[in-house]
Design a protein around this ligand. Structure first.
Ligand SMILES: *Cc1c(COP(=O)(O)O)cnc(C)c1O
Length: 475
């Protein structure tokens, strides 16, 4: 494809995307396809002849779009807000179009230096002190893995330079709670700690925040048993109910026992753009690392996960490789982001964050987040005021956990009722929410915060919920 052909096809694609985004509300929220249905639309052997740009666009619309669950739809309330603002999309397109290579400062000085700039802007915008230095990772999963790797190396005094964890005298222990995201468990396993060295510390039964007393007791016990407490992962906005672990008290315990403290704020980090929410992660200054995803609620298109550390030197010491073919004469004056994480080749992700801030602007982003917090409060009030409906957990931000509990339904029967009305509603395509378990019983998480979601959409949702549950209960 020549640049001129690209220009023509590119204009058509951008027009198509604009129409698509503009009419998203007319589509069903959840993809209306069965497993295998999309795959069967494609030949099993690769095409011999090229199709051309127009045919590709046609197939995109006909074959691909029906297989997309519309997370940009205003009636999407599943999982978490997965906003992909159009401003940031432009930055992402620019990043692709420039075709840069990020393997060293020299391979693209602009990618390195803009990343330094936007990470520092985001640091300021979330009220973090100058002690923090950041980078952009693909996801919070990668950031958490990186955090646990550097925690392991700090506490084991660089065991990787000896026999690794395989030859340590004492098993290293990681602490988190049952509410932590599955990626935390995965990171601990991948970093070599082993499941039996992972502690799920007790929580406050109502707030589901980690109990600092239980944490301190568990650490003492582990010392007594000849283990080496290593890392604590705090959830600042847990997956299920957006619970906040008490970062301040956890930081004190971590400092006392020389443990690493990582704060996983993947979803809720966006709220820290609002000064009035920052009390929720009070004490964060005393953590060792933090990650959060602008690619969730804030709305910078996926993938964009911020990872901050206080001791960048230690991070680089663990992560750096310095092969001869990547060396240059300016190495001691520049940052090499390949030494801040796992991949060598990195995308120019800073562009989408820069575009997002530069076009939408931080004030508009904050106004939208506040709108969502108000909408969540309003929605929770409706549910609380209605007969036989319950809000099951504190509404810390924009997640409202609810259940319809008609008289006489309990236990497994109640579970069947919950899953049944939810699945009917999700199947209809009118709205989408995800179920989750709380105290071993199914509930429905209404995760508010879509860029396009206004109060009118929540009014509509509340109507839909009531009629769907009433219909099932009446059967
Ligand atoms: C979404 C989420 C993650 C995982 O984020 P990825 O970027 O998809 O890896 C981790 N922790 C919490 C609390 C989350 O909400």
């Amino acid at each position: 494809m020549t640049p001129e052909e690209f220009r023509a096809a590119g204009h058509r694609l951008i027009d198509w995307i604009a129409d698509y985004r503009g009419s998203i509300e007319q589509r069903p929220v959840r993809a209306q396809v069965e497993p295998g249905e999309i795959r069967r639309r494609f030949a099993s052997s690769p095409p011999q002849e090229p199709l051309g740009a127009d045919q590709m666009l046609h197939e995109l619309e006909q074959k691909i779009v029906p297989g997309i669950t519309q997370v940009q739809h205003p009636m999407h309330y599943g999982w978490f807000p997965s906003n992909a603002s159009l401003a940031s999309t432009l930055g992402d397109i620019a990043s692709s179009g420039l075709g840069t290579l990020g393997i060293s400062w020299e391979s693209c000085p602009a990618a390195t230096e803009l990343e330094e700039v936007v990470c520092d802007w985001m640091r300021q915008l979330t009220g973090l002190s100058e002690k923090w230095q950041g980078c952009i990772q693909d996801t919070a999963s990668t950031a958490c893995l990186t955090a646990l790797l550097i925690a392991r190396e700090r506490v084991s005094e660089y065991s990787a330079n000896r026999g690794g964890l395989q030859e340590e005298d004492k098993p290293l222990i990681v602490y988190t709670t049952e509410e932590a995201h599955s990626s935390v468990i995965k990171a601990a396993l991948l970093a070599g700690f082993g499941r039996q060295n992972l502690r799920l510390v007790g929580m406050n039964p109502v707030t589901r925040a980690m109990s600092p007393t239980a944490l301190a007791a568990q650490i003492e016990q582990d010392f007594t048993d000849g283990k080496l407490p290593c890392a604590i992962v705090a959830s600042a906005g847990s997956t299920g109910i957006t619970a906040f672990d008490p970062v301040s008290e956890m930081a004190e315990i971590a400092a006392e026992h020389a443990c690493w403290l990582h704060v996983d704020a993947a979803m809720a980090g966006s709220a820290m753009l609002l000064p009035e929410c920052r009390h929720l992660w009070e004490g964060v200054e005393h953590a060792d690392s933090i990650s959060w995803n602008p690619h969730k609620w804030m709305g910078t298109i996926l993938d964009c996960s911020l990872f901050y550390v206080r001791d960048a030197e230690h991070l680089v010491r663990v992560m750096s490789t310095n092969p001869s073919y990547l060396r240059s004469s300016v190495d001691d004056e520049v940052r090499q982001y390949r030494d801040w994480g796992i991949p060598l080749g990195r995308r120019f992700r800073a562009l989408k964050l820069w575009y997002h801030l530069g076009i939408d602007g931080i004030d508009a982003i904050c106004t939208r987040l506040r709108r969502d917090l108000n909408n969540a409060r309003w929605f929770a009030e409706q549910v609380e005021a209605a007969e036989h409906w319950r809000v099951l957990a504190p509404v810390n931000l924009q997640t409202v956990c609810i259940r319809h509990e008609p008289p006489g339904l309990e236990g497994d029967a109640l579970d069947r009722h919950t899953l049944s009305w939810l699945s009917d509603l999700n199947r209809s395509g009118a709205a989408f929410m995800s179920p989750s378990k709380l105290d071993d019983r199914w509930m429905v998480r209404v995760s508010i915060g879509g860029e396009a979601t206004e109060r009118t959409h929540l009014e509509k949702l509340w109507q839909l919920l009531q009629s769907s549950a009433a219909e099932i209960a009446g059967q």
